[in-house]
Design a binder for this molecule. Structure first.
Ligand SMILES: NC(=O)c1ccc[n+]([C@@H]2O[C@H](COP(=O)([O-])OP(=O)(O)OC[C@H]3O[C@@H](n4cnc5c(N)ncnc54)[C@H](OP(=O)(O)O)[C@@H]3O)[C@@H](O)[C@H]2O)c1
Length: 381
C-alpha cells in the first residue's frame, strides 16, 4: 500500500513536472473545433509574475454539488462535465464543500482519465469531512454521507488536500483556495476573524510551503467578500484568489476600486466566481446565495436585457465577457448544472460584441464608467 508520505511526494513530482514544462503544456493541448482550440490555448498576461490559471475560461463546480437545493443526477453530472471537456474547457474548480464531497467525486470521475498535463484543477481547504450517517443540514440537494468541521490549521490543510486527491483520484492539484473564510459566512457565527488568525498561522504558511515543495503551484482565498483577500495580501504571500459575487455585470464598483489595485500591487490575479450571480444574469430569479434579490436589480437587469436585445446579444453572453475584461482577471468560471450549458457558455466567449453596446450601458449608468471592455484577448477569442 502506498504510504501517505509517498502519495504526497508523488503528487509533488507530478506537479513539478507540469510547473517547469509550459511547452509540454501547449504542445499537448488537444486540437478540436475552432472555439475549443482557442480555449485550450494557454493564456498568459504579460504583467504576470506569479502563477495563475493559463485558461481564460473554466468550469465552476458548485452546481454539480447540488446548489440551490437542485438535485443533479450522476448521469446528468457526467454529461455536463463531458460536454465541458468537449467544448474545450481546461480549467476546473471544485471543493470538498460542494455537496460534501460529491462535486469532487464527479469532477474526478471525468478528469482521472484525462491527460494530467492538459488541464488545470483547483479545489479548496478549510472544511474537513468525516464519514457520518448523520448528514448535517446544509443547502446541498443530496450531499454525500459526510459531516464537516472548519479547520484552517496547517495539519488540516495538508489532510484536506490529501483527502481531495483521494476523492478526485488524481495525482495533483494545481491551485488551492482557502474557502469561505469570510464575514458573510453565517455558519461561522461571527467568528471569521478568529478563523482567519488560525489560517494566518496555519493554512497560509503551509500552502506557501507546499508551493515551495512543488506540491501545488499556487494558492489564495476563495471567498464572496473583499476583506479576507485584502487581509491575506497583507499577512501572507498568496498568488491568485477566487472572488465570487464580487465582479459581475450588475455589481463591480468595489472590485474596480479596491480589489484589483490591491491584487495588482502584489502581482496577484483573480478567478471570477459566480459571474452570472448564481444564475440571475441567465434569467433565474435568484441572486447569489442570499435568498434575496437586492432592490432595483430586477429592473436593472430588464434595462440591460433591452439594450442587449437591440444589439442581438444575449445578456448571459455579455455578463460572461464583461468579467473577463480586467487585466487582473486570470479566468472566469461559470457554473453549469445542465448538459447544454458548458458549450453555450464557451460559445458566448466567441461572440463579437460591438464597443457601442458597452458605451450605451455606461451612458445609461448601468455599468461603471471605468469598467474595462472585453477584448479578443480577454475573452480568449
Ligand atoms: N467562495 C467561493 O470560493 C465560491 C463561491 C461561489 C462560487 N464559486 C465558484 O464559482 C463557480 C461559479 O459560480 P456559481 O456556479 O455559483 O454561479 P454562476 O456561474 O453565477 O451561475 C451558475 C448558474 O447559472 C445558470 N447557467 C449557467 N450557464 C447557463 C446557460 N448557458 N444557460 C442558462 N443558464 C445557465 C445555471 O442555473 P441552473 O442551475 O438554474 O440551470 C447555473 O447553475 C462555482 O461553481 C464555484 O466553482 C466559488
Amino acid at each position: 500500500m502506498i504510504s501517505r508520505r509517498k502519495f504526497v511526494e508523488k503528487a509533488a513530482s507530478s506537479a513539478a513536472t507540469f510547473a517547469v514544462s509550459p511547452l509540454l503544456m501547449s504542445a499537448t493541448n488537444v486540437v478540436q473545433a475552432s472555439a475549443s482550440d482557442k480555449l485550450s490555448k494557454p493564456f498568459y498576461n504579460s504583467k504576470a509574475e506569479k502563477w495563475k490559471p493559463p485558461f481564460k475560461f473554466g468550469q465552476g463546480g458548485a452546481p454539480l454539488g447540488g446548489t440551490n437545493g437542485l438535485l443533479v443526477s450522476d448521469e446528468e453530472a457526467r454529461k455536463t462535465l463531458e460536454n465541458a471537456w468537449e467544448a474545450g474547457m481546461r480549467y476546473y474548480d471544485t471543493s470538498p464543500w460542494y455537496g460534501l464531497g460529491l462535486s469532487e467525486r464527479r469532477f474526478g470521475n471525468l478528469l482521472h482519465r484525462k491527460p494530467r498535463e492538459e488541464y488545470v484543477l483547483s479545489t479548496k481547504v478549510g472544511r474537513i469531512l468525516t464519514a457520518s450517517s448523520k448528514i448535517p443540514k446544509t443547502g446541498w440537494a443530496q450531499p454525500d454521507s459526510f459531516d464537516y468541521k472548519y479547520d484552517y490549521s496547517a495539519s488540516a490543510t495538508r489532510r484536506s488536500i490529501e483527502d481531495s486527491l483521494q476523492r478526485l483520484g488524481i495525482s495533483s492539484i494545481d491551485l488551492v483556495f482557502i474557502h469561505d473564510l469570510s464575514p458573510d459566512n453565517g455558519d461561522m457565527k461571527n467568528n471569521w476573524e478568529e478563523y482567519f488568525d488560525q489560517a494566518a498561522k496555519g493554512a497560509m504558511p503551509e500552502l506557501v510551503k507546499m508551493r515551495e515543495e512543488g506540491i501545488i503551484k499556487a494558492w489564495g482565498m476563495g471567498v464572496n467578500t473583499l476583506p479576507p483577500i485584502l487581509k491575506a495580501l497583507e499577512v501572507s504571500d498568496p498568488d491568485v484568489h477566487l472572488a465570487a459575487c464580487q465582479y459581475t455585470l450588475l455589481d463591480h464598483e468595489e472590485s474596480l476600486e479596491k480589489l484589483f489595485p490591491a491584487c495588482e500591487a502584489k502581482g496577484n490575479s483573480i478567478v471570477v466566481g459566480s459571474p452570472l450571480n448564481n444564475g440571475f444574469l441567465a434569467g433565474e430569479d435568484r441572486y447569489n446565495y442570499s435568498g434575496k434579490i437586492p432592490d432595483g436589480f430586477k429592473e436593472k437587469r430588464a434595462k440591460m436585457e433591452k439594450i442587449a436585445q437591440s444589439y442581438k446579444i444575449d445578456l448571459r453572453t455579455a455578463a460572461l465577457q464583461f468579467c473577463s475584461a480586467p487585466d487582473t482577471v486570470a479566468s472566469v468560471i461559470p457554473g453549469a448544472r445542465k448538459e447544454n450549458q458548458p458549450a453555450e457558455n464557451v460559445a458566448s466567449m466567441q461572440v463579437k460584441i460591438p464597443s457601442d453596446f458597452w458605451k450605451e450601458l455606461k451612458q445609461e449608468g448601468l455599468i461603471a464608467k471605468n469598467a474595462p471592455e472585453p477584448t479578443e484577448k480577454s475573452t480568449g477569442r
